[in-house]
Design a protein around this ligand. Structure first.
Ligand code: GBH
Length: 447
């Protein structure tokens, strides 16, 4: 039967990290300011028909200009960490070659402002805003992009490596590969399965090269990769199809990073998502690549939104209610299943962070987001339960701090614990933000 929470509040370990997250393109705006170059998301959003409401990512939540008051907002919520991403095109506007000091300065100010306020920076280096000139040369289908990424990463380690921070190399390589390269819903919208397969390998290679650059730089702090993972439940006698979907959803990313191997059933005609030619994929993997990709990390960042389920013909089916996001099957116990599975199947894995977890509002613009309070509470209870069973989970970041540009959904889907009025850019904490503050103060989640 379903697990029921204890009557008493569930405490988190001392020092547990309480954060919230954003990403550059989703909140910053100011896309043509201070020397920033164009990214594939500028191009994609500006092309008619790609974004539901025609929004372009500018001004988004205007965080590039409002960063300082946003820091005060974080203080008022009691956050002990803030996860944001660096816009690569602000740092290397053409993707290779000259760096842009004004872009570096912005993140220096932000990081110093966090440290001054006792908030630990968690810095994602790539949250989907690839410099457009790199896409013109093939983007993530081009192996060279991995080297360009490592060079850009080294610039950031040099610029901010004196700060004790958590670094995350790539946000959700699966999403970029499956939705942006194999699919068409995200930038660059290639719609080609073989390109999707290439994007998987080259992003993972980029991750490994960046970890090497991090070690070489002598930067303090921790480094890891952010993977969106979901348990895949078999419906009926669907063990085999479920295992295959699990390979393409989870193991295709976990195994190379943590074990130095690729599963052999993740790519191909009958796999979960990536209907590419396995031989094409194998040909991309050069001698030594898996050693680079499996360079030891300090943390594994898990992003959890929900579960998947497949039936015996391998079709995806719905077992649990979907959120207003449409794609999100909400099942808090899936988080427990995922965390305990990671402990079981990857005993050598580094400590875990949950770097994203959340839902969009049911009612647009609502401040009384009771549905989000329920969601966050149930997921934090499952996280505490997993910790109680020995899972080494060190922190949690609610997605998102602010209502923002939700990719193809534009400004129409609000994921923030803080409401943003997109006419005035006024911030108003929702009920969930107040509730989350209480959790942080108590370092415990009450039933
Ligand atoms: C996260 O991805 C992202 O890291 C974050 O930036 C985002 O705001 C957050 O989720 C909420 O969506 O367009 O119908 O093909 C979560 C995994 C994978 C979920 C891609 C949406 C696209 C569905 N995402 N998927 S569709």
């Amino acid at each position: 039967g379903p697990w029921t929470p204890p009557a008493e509040p569930m405490a988190f370990p001392k020092g547990f990290v309480w954060g919230s997250a954003t990403s550059a393109f989703q909140v910053e705006g100011s896309t043509a300011v201070d020397g920033r170059g164009p990214s594939i998301w500028d191009t994609f959003a500006q092309a008619p028909g790609n974004i539901d409401d025609g929004s372009t990512g500018d001004p988004a939540a205007d965080h590039y200009r409002l960063w300082e008051s946003d820091l005060e907002l974080m203080v008022s919520l009691g956050l002990t960490s803030y996860r944001f991403s660096v816009a690569w095109p602000r740092i290397v506007p053409t993707g290779s070659g000259a760096t842009n000091q004004r872009g570096i300065d912005f993140y220096r100010r932000l990081v110093d402002g966090l440290v001054d306020r006792g908030i630990r920076p968690a810095i994602t280096l790539y949250h989907w805003d690839l410099p457009q000139p790199l896409q013109d040369a093939g983007g993530w289908t081009n192996r060279e992009t991995a080297s360009r990424f490592a060079e850009y990463a080294a610039v950031m380690f040099e610029a901010l490596g004196d700060v004790d921070a958590t670094w995350l190399t790539i946000n959700e390589p699966k999403t970029t590969a499956y939705v942006g390269y194999a699919g068409t819903e995200h930038a660059p919208g290639a719609g080609d399965a073989d390109q999707g397969a290439a994007a998987v390998h080259h992003q993972l290679l980029a991750h490994g090269l960046a970890v090497q650059a991090f070690r070489d730089s002598g930067a303090v702090g921790d480094i890891g990769i952010a993977l969106n993972l979901q348990p895949i439940y078999p419906v009926g006698q669907a063990q085999k199809p479920a295992a295959r979907a699990d390979s393409s959803e989870n193991r295709l990313f976990l195994d190379p990073v943590l074990l130095g191997t690729y599963p052999d059933d993740a790519i191909g005609d009958r796999s979960g998502q990536l209907h590419a030619d396995p031989a094409t994929f194998t040909a991309l993997v050069k001698d030594g690549d898996l050693e680079i990709i499996s360079a030891p990390c300090d943390v594994l960042a898990v992003q959890y939104y929900g579960v998947g389920a497949v039936n015996d013909s391998g079709s995806w089916v719905q077992l649990y209610p979907t959120s207003p996001a449409g794609w999100q099957q909400v099942h808090a116990e899936g988080l427990y299943d995922l965390l305990t599975r990671l402990k079981r199947d990857y005993p050598g894995a580094p400590p875990l962070l949950i770097t994203e977890n959340g839902i969009p509002d049911v009612r647009a613009g609502a401040i009384d987001d009771d549905d989000r309070v329920v969601f966050l509470r149930e997921h934090l209870q499952q996280a505490a339960r997993a910790i109680g069973e020995g899972v080494d989970l060190r922190g949690y970041y609610a997605w998102s701090l602010l209502d923002n540009f939700e990719w193809a959904r534009g400004m129409t889907q609000r994921w923030g614990i803080v409401h943003v009025d997109f006419d005035t850019q006024e911030r108003t904490p929702k009920a969930s933000a107040d509730w989350y503050s209480g959790v942080i103060t108590a370092n415990a989640v009450a039933p």
